[in-house]
Design a protein around this ligand. Sequence first.
Ligand code: ZN
Length: 257
Amino acid sequence: MANYLIDTHTHIHDPTDRELSAADTFKHAREQGVEKIITIGTDPDNSMQAKAFAEEWAAKGEQIFWTYGYHPNEYVEKDRANLADVAKMASEVLKSPRNVGVGEIGLDYHFDGYSTEMQQELLLEMLQLAQDNQKPVSFHVRDAFDDFWPIFDNFKLPTSVMHSFSDSKKNLNEALNRGLYIGVNGLSTFADIAHPPLERMIFETDAPYLTPKPFRGTMNKPGYVKHIAEWATEYYKVDFGTVAKITTENAEKIFKI
Ligand SMILES: [Zn+2]
């Protein structure tokens, strides 16, 4: 029985996103019962950094995995001409033994100044990549669900995840009805948001962002999954072992880790 936790969405491969050294980040995580970590790429260069980091630390015995991602707000006009080449190269690096998925990808209409047309163009390319390689996806969708669902429905993906969900109950149900799992993070410890049933939940930190209580105001790290799990024991009124077992087994099934 899985009695440890997993951080399924973090950004620890870039040293500027870490408070501690890589070695100490892993050590801290283990001390908190977080045994496996998935570090998430956010653009082509950043994803290659994630790959190198995961391969390096896996060789040293860490249970570290990575995903190839291209965040909607990282795709700018000058990148457009290269998109097909980038996708072709991504398809090659997905063969890395430590790769467990595609993401984060999605739509984010929260901030002005980003073309919705370009975001959708990128999302289509990345969904094709995930579908062709049958990789699970870590989705980032913010203030854009009306456009997102019709695009999502055109693809056949392995069981995937809506990361950092903080939208309406209606969109939560849209996600659950489509078989998506929900990545729950520190937001749950301080914000009033809709929550999935425990059976459809996995944990993530999204470190260095979204630090859970009681560490608000400091940099987040994978070990803090423990505090999200503790929040869940209170919210769902179940013991820690049950929370760990369900969320960890979900993550292991989805990402095959
Ligand atoms: Zn993220």
